[in-house]
Ligand binder design. Structure first.
Ligand code: FAD
Length: 276
């Protein structure tokens, strides 16, 4: 439970963080809230030689109205997002999901950028970002680029981020009048989801899944069934279509399939009532 030795540098700006990451090469890692990276380091599953601490870059913590989208700074802590009035009115799913993460300690340290960059299929915010059709602004040595959430999650804890890139902002389209729901199934209130479902309906429906594969995922089988005129219950029966379901101490693949069917139905039914 003791991490391997590492160097520590505190960056005071995004540019400085990018420079430190570039200099450190593949052995350098950003540190934001530390609530995903440090547990991995303690288990020696991550052994970065250099930690670049961006946790003090306060100008990356904000929620702003950006016209047709909501712009959320990457270092916005889950607790701040959960109680932010603008987020609660323009993207209530995102605020609600942030408020359900872990316990108060986790919510007061963890950041939305860290959650997305980590790409853990068991994390809640990536699934919400998929359902909201969000995109991520990332900065690197050659400038900024924007990556759609659907193109971001590549494999287990693998994303489209280059080693010297920093997520700086999350862009969430505003969808006035959209229906939304988040269903999180866990055994105890503060646990990670065994399965989670985020749904947004606005004419068409987007469904993000938690803990249903190697990456945060969209339930494309259920989405396609809905587009073809299926009812919520019928579409929910397709929630796990085409997915390679994980097995762990909490759930077999068969149990996950059952949970996803129930939770997608509940999410669709709630989203039909619950409007932004
Ligand atoms: P860090 O741990 O600092 O970093 C994580 C990874 O992202 C690292 O690889 C780091 O280099 C990289 N990174 C960080 N910021 C950036 C950035 N801006 N740009 C590029 N790369 C970056 N999460 C849930 O979703 N649901 C839960 O129920 C839940 N329960 C939890 C319970 C416990 C006890 C703990 C310890 C964590 C839990 N989490 C849960 C995870 C928590 O939300 C983490 O805080 C979050 O996933 C990571 O955010 P962080 O800021 O702590 O990132």
């Amino acid at each position: 439970m003791i991490p391997a030795p590492f160097e520590y540098q505190r960056a005071t700006s995004v540019d400085e963080a990018i420079r430190l990451l570039s200099d450190g090469g593949d052995d350098a890692k950003l540190l934001a809230g530390g609530h995903s990276l440090l547990p991995l380091m303690k288990l020696l599953l991550a052994t970065p030689a250099l930690l670049v601490d961006i946790g003090g870059i306060s100008d990356l913590s904000y929620v702003r109205d950006s016209g047709e989208r909501l712009a959320v700074g990457a270092l916005t802590r889950h607790a701040d997002l959960g109680r932010n009035d603008l987020c609660r009115s323009e993207a209530p799913l995102l605020a609600h999901v942030a408020g359900q993460i872990g316990d108060p300690q986790v919510r007061n340290r963890g950041t939305i950028g860290g959650s997305i960059a980590h790409g853990d299929p068991a994390s809640d915010l990536p699934a919400a970002c998929l359902a909201l059709e969000a995109s991520f602004v990332v900065a690197g040595p050659s400038g900024q680029r924007t990556i759609a959430a659907t193109a971001f999650f590549r494999g287990f804890l693998e994303t489209a981020l280059a080693p010297d890139e920093v997520i700086v902002e999350i862009l969430v389209p505003k969808v006035p009048g959209a229906g939304w729901s988040f269903q999180k199934f866990n055994r105890r209130a503060m646990d990670w989801a065994i399965v989670g479902v985020a749904a947004v309906t606005n004419g068409s429906t987007c469904i993000g899944l938690v803990n249903m594969g190697a990456t945060p995922l969209r339930a494309t089988g259920a989405e396609e069934a809905l587009a073809g005129g299926a009812s919520a219950a019928e579409a929910a029966g397709h929630a796990a279509d085409g997915l390679d379901l994980p097995s762990d101490l909490n759930a077999t693949p068969e149990y996950r399939r059952h949970l996803a069917t129930v939770l997608v139905r509940r999410a669709l039914e709630e989203a039909a009532q619950n409007r932004t």
